[in-house]
Design a binder for this molecule. Structure first.
Ligand SMILES: [Zn+2]
Length: 227
């Protein structure tokens, strides 16, 4: 079987000059995810697919950053439509997501946070979904399975940008969204996957997964992973 191991890095900018321009007139976010977590289980009682996320936050040394991370994890537990299960497994060798409040010098210094992935591509897999009411079915080949994630907060940049605690909280929630397979959204959608400083967005409870994010998880249901 063809397997290609690669590392991808998603940098999350504060002031984004990057806009997602799609050639077709759909919301860029509607085309996510193109990568999915490796551990997906089907819950036959609830009839939904659950991403089992193991994580280690012991590398987050700053107690405030660790607290905000705990809140972000708790939010994904509560605002996930049942599709996410996050479990603390510090020290586990094959832990899925490791969080850091240190930031690699090789990464873009103007990003407020970053998530790197170890992936392999599954050529046989096809991801697709039908829009809820009407419209075309989109197909994406070369769906990527995420093996491992490392999530870094750029504390220095966040401090110089006057991040308050809910901005820090939002930043963690956003990065966890990446570990679940969600992509950045900068097209006006009210989504925690919008890049930047949450308190500048102008909507309530910007630090939580938004209705759009919950709907994404329900709609995708990670269901095409098994095809
Ligand atoms: Zn991002």
């Amino acid at each position: 079987m063809f397997k290609k191991v690669m590392i991808n890095i998603l940098l999350c900018f504060l002031c984004t000059s990057i806009t997602c321009v799609s050639a077709i007139s759909v919301n860029a976010h509607e085309l996510t995810p193109k990568a999915l977590p490796k551990n997906l289980t089907y819950n036959s009682d609830m009839r939904l697919t659950v991403a089992e996320i193991t994580y280690d936050m012991t590398q987050v040394i700053n107690i405030n950053y660790r607290n905000q991370l705990s809140y972000a994890i708790n939010d994904w537990e509560w605002y996930d439509n049942g599709h996410v299960s996050l479990r603390s497994t510090p020290g586990l060798a094959n832990v899925y997501a490791t969080f850091y409040d240190s930031y690699p010098s090789s990464f873009h210094k103007d990003s407020v946070a970053a998530t790197s992935f170890t992936n392999y591509s599954e050529n046989q897999s096809t991801w697709s979904y039908s829009r809820p009411l009407m419209g075309p079915v989109y197909r994406e080949d070369n769906l990527t399975k995420i093996i491992k994630c490392k999530v870094y907060a750029n504390v220095k940049k966040q401090r110089s940008s006057n991040f308050n605690n809910t901005d820090i909280h939002k930043s963690w929630t956003h990065e966890i969204g990446h570990t679940l397979g969600l992509n950045d959204t900068n097209d006006g959608t009210v989504s925690v996957m919008k890049q930047g400083k949450g308190s500048s967005f102008g909507w309530a409870e910007y630090w939580k997964p938004q209705n759009h994010d919950r709907d994404d998880l329900r709609r995708f249901n990670y269901r095409y992973w098994y095809t």
